[in-house]
Design a protein around this ligand. Sequence first.
Ligand SMILES: [Zn+2]
Length: 312
Amino acid sequence: MSNSAPADISPDAAHLDEVAAGVFGYVQPDGTWWINNCGVITGPDRTVLIDTCGTERRTRHLLETVQARTGTRVSTLINTQHHGDHTHGNYLVDEAVIVGHELCRELIVGHGITKYEGIFDVEDWGDLRARPPDLTFRDALTLHIGDLRAEVYYAGTAAHTTNDIVVWLPEQSVLFSGDLVFNGGTPFAIMGSIAGSRTAMEFLRGFGAATIIPGHGNICGPEHIDQVDGYFDFIQQTATAAHSAGLTPLQAAREADLGVFGELSDSERLVANLHRAYAEIDGLPPGGELDIRPAIADMIAWNDGQPIRCFV
Ligand SMILES: [Zn+2]
């Protein structure tokens, strides 16, 4: 055991990292469940924000930090997908137009604020109110922020969710990948697709990005696309062997040798990913309807019956 103090994972530990002139990743340690990253693109008189946070206090901290750094108001907010860790704070950016995929809007309108009671152990969500995107699209759109061009693309398939989008800055070679890329955490596709995630990695490679701001974890390079793809390859191989051997996803997870992926945080996602992979072996298309309750129950079983540890 190390004697060093535990790392600071409070909202105060978040940092704005400038990756190109006026372009920032807002990185929140330690990137585990609900602790996401955001993006900031500053223009001469306005700011574009990419994603909010899962709780009121984390989003307030984000907005204060962005305001202090840029001195301009957030005119546009882009949601990379519908999950609450990226959208719960939308209502606090009340003057901004919110851009998202049309399925992102549909899911937020349909489900509102999602706290997954009894699954995650969160002390203080704050006074959350659902606010879906106002401006939706299906395939692509381009935003102009001063001279800076930001291209927004749908991933083209269900992957992490059904509505993943990325923001690409061609002149800066910077890609905001949302949760298509996790750095240091276990990739997760229970609400999207394992096969689709692999297709999405091919899509991400196509940008040839020098810098990636992942949905969780530190800013990284394109080599992390291969790591995520390798993880989903491992999931497919494990599922194929275990499915034909008649194992349940939980049995398969308990027998699996994670190898290098054992170093990733949030390892219980393994069993949920196997549920999705099993369904795909049985013919479910990417993003197809899947009752996620058995997968969640198995993550808790993997976790010795305790709600999933998280630090928001
Ligand atoms: Zn996330």
